[in-house]
Write a protein that binds this ligand. Structure first.
Ligand code: NAP
Length: 305
């Protein structure tokens, strides 16, 4: 299939291109000026220069395609540069979906996230509204909601490399975030899912009509408590780490002061989503796709060394 991919140059997108090419598809990528060198398998991809806000470039990316994948997303807004959750996670989806229908591209895969909801953080809310828009359209859609995605980011950043650089390597204790009054009652867990398992689910669903109109949660095989996440990442880096309780409310108050500075490692909303936890049982989903999901273990974290 000829597949228009929006968001093909980032962490997950780079693996999506690998998987599409390996499955014999022909990707067409919308690539922002300056990101051309990040395109993998450039010789196998049709590349259209432009931003998701550029209607003409979106239409050009979709031309000759049989399907579209919307994978663009951000974790932090920079409103003075027009980088907002609404622009990139809702308006962009709407634009691609509408232009897809006008161009006769009916198959549409949407990258969402586990935990999206109305009245959540702007990240969660815009993704939730984008899901609703797609579900109410005439398209043959499939929506994917991964938990935290991990895997070698190949020079980019993902959750574990960010934790390694910002919590494990600095010579200070790592925070055991908790909500409420104590870590024993206010702890949380996550089910990190490997990037290759996520992109494989996308590629297997692409030509499969039985996955039309479905929303799949993609969680890794284990719910790992936050202190264990820290310990496993530290062990993968060959370190041991002292972990001390850190009330999320207090850290959130500090984060909210620094929210507007891009150098500050975490926003208040990111902390809110972190302490909500991010787990789920996707064993049936992966079994249906014929995928054996990778565990969050030393072997699969070896890229952190
Ligand atoms: N990573 C996770 O743990 C995780 C978990 C759940 C869901 N997700 C979702 O998965 C998707 C990919 O995440 P990721 O971690 O791979 O993010 P990423 O590495 O930051 O990649 C984001 C992609 O979006 C593109 N993009 C950003 N702004 C754009 C714009 N204005 N116009 C066109 N393209 C633009 C980026 O292009 P450039 O290369 O030019 O910046 C890049 O290709 C997102 O929707 C995210 O919400 C991720």
């Amino acid at each position: 299939m000829r597949v228009a991919l929006f968001g093909g140059t980032g962490f997950v997108g780079s693996y999506l291109v690998d998987a599409l090419v390996a499955a014999g598809h022909d990707p067409a990528l919308l690539v922002r000026p300056g990101s051309e060198a990040k395109v993998r398998h450039a010789d196998r991809c049709r590349i259209v220069a432009g931003d998701i806000g550029d209607d003409k470039a979106v239409v050009e990316t979709l031309s000759y395609c049989d399907a579209a994948i919307y994978n663009i997303g951000i974790l932090r807004e920079l409103p003075d540069q027009g980088i907002t959750f609404k622009a990139l996670q809702y308006d962009g989806v709407m634009r691609v979906a509408e232009r897809s229908m006008e161009s006769g591209v009916k198959r549409f895969l949407l990258m969402s996230a586990n935990g999206v909801k109305p009245n959540g953080t702007p990240y969660q809310e815009t993704k939730y509204l984008a899901e609703r828009f797609v579900a109410q359209s005439e398209m043959e859609y499939t929506i994917f909601r991964p938990s935290i995605v991990f895997g070698d980011p190949r020079g980019r950043m993902e959750f574990c490399t960010q934790l390694r650089d910002e919590m494990i390597r600095p010579p200070i204790p790592a925070p055991n975030f908790f909500t409420g009054i104590s870590p024993s009652t206010g702890g949380f867990s996550m089910s990190p899912v490997h990037v290759r398992d996520v992109v494989e689910a996308f590629v297997r669903s692409l030509p499969d009509p039985t996955t039309y109109s479905a929303t799949y949660t993609l969680c890794g095989p284990e719910a790992v408590a936050w202190p264990d996440i820290i310990r496993r990442i530290a062990a993968a880096c060959g370190r041991r780490k002292l972990i001390l309780p850190a009330p999320a409310g207090l850290v959130g108050a500090v984060a909210s002061v620094f929210d507007r500075f891009s150098w500050f490692p975490v926003t208040r909303d990111q902390l809110t989503m972190l302490t909500e936890g991010n787990t789920g049982d996707s064993s049936e989903v992966f079994a249906d796709f014929g995928i054996q999901p990778s565990p969050f273990d030393d072997q699969h974290l070896s890229y952190l060394r």
